[in-house]
Design a protein around this ligand. Structure first.
Ligand code: ZN
Length: 307
């Protein structure tokens, strides 16, 4: 654990990391859980009800990961597509398990009305290490650009490329955690040779809309649905959530494409990034997963209601 007052244990303050520091960081990462047991085995069970295909592989020797995408059966060319992504940040557990739970509990029914494409665990190496970065100390969720240096991002871009223009909804499932402030933001600042400035972790769920394509009614429909499951983050005294102006209850905006964020890849009319807060004493892992499922359902319901 690092605090704002003690320097990050790797590198020299003010100097960006080089190869030595990245290798040092990598040597400290420990495998805590199994992608095979937690994710692939669940997808295996789902394969009796959905079409499962490998869309890429990540070779991080000695570890190798098969990336799987799940499609609804009855896929029809004339219908538009909903993309659900989880685990772009591997440590954000409810993003992965919320996507899988959505498939198990809700997707078959929605699949009768719209095409569903789900990539439930975009960053399996980071899922296992409970980390934000890939083994090259790169954040996949700042790397969704053509010619991306993050394999996690480039294979997902390749998966969706043939469907561009047909996406109606993209919902990217994330969490904001206490470790963002205790570990990941300090590590990011150290990596880039910058000073770490804490922003405070909001207590509750919030959404990130796209400032280049704001859809306030869509965001509010999701907030209303999630509020039935878990509490929505209030703004801080400055009217902000995590350093950004709160534009409506529980909603902030980022420039998705400019920042290389996953929610910018499809060009869909309705896009959002969920941010579940799992460290609140007022919630449980089950509620966090349920909040992700409620968000996905509300997003699709809204889009279907628009015709
Ligand atoms: Zn995230």
């Amino acid at each position: 654990m690092t605090t704002a007052t003690s320097p990050y244990p790797i590198g020299t303050p003010g100097i960006p990391w080089g190869e030595v520091e990245r290798a040092q960081w990598l040597s400290r990462q420990v495998r805590h859980r199994s992608y095979q047991n937690d994710v692939l085995s669940v997808i295996e069970r789902l394969s009796t009800r959905f079409d499962v295909a490998e869309y890429g592989r990540l070779d991080y020797s000695p570890d190798h990961y098969r990336l799987l995408a799940i499609r609804s059966r009855n896929w029809r060319e004339e219908r538009s597509v909903v993309l659900v992504t989880g685990g772009v940040h591997g440590y954000e557990t409810s993003g992965v398990h919320g996507a899988l739970q959505f498939l198990d509990q809700q997707a078959a029914e929605y699949g009768e009305r719209i095409n569903l494409l789900v990539a439930p665990c975009v960053s399996p190496w980071a899922y296992e290490r409970i980390h934000r970065w890939n083994p090259n100390a790169i954040d996949p969720n700042r790397s969704f650009r053509d010619g991306s240096v993050a394999g996690e991002s480039s294979v997902l871009i390749r998966l969706i490329a043939p469907l561009r223009g047909r996406f109606r909804v993209h919902i990217d499932l994330h969490e904001t955690t206490d470790t963002d402030e205790s570990e990941f933001s300090p590590a990011l600042a150290a990596r880039d040779g910058k000073a770490f400035e804490p922003e405070g972790i909001p207590d509750g769920f919030y959404l990130v809309d796209d400032s280049e394509n704001p859809q306030p009614e869509f965001q509010q429909a999701i907030i209303a649905a999630v509020a039935q499951v878990t509490h929505i983050a209030p703004p801080g005294a400055d009217g902000q959530i995590i350093g950004s102006e709160m534009v409506s209850p529980g909603v902030i905006r980022y420039a998705m494409r400019q920042l290389g964020l996953c929610a910018g890849i499809t060009g869909a009319r309705y896009t959002t990034t969920t941010e579940v807060y799992p460290d609140s004493p007022r919630t449980t892992p089950e509620q966090c997963n349920a909040a992700q499922v409620a968000a996905v359902c509300a997003a699709i319901d809204f889009a279907l209601a628009q015709g």
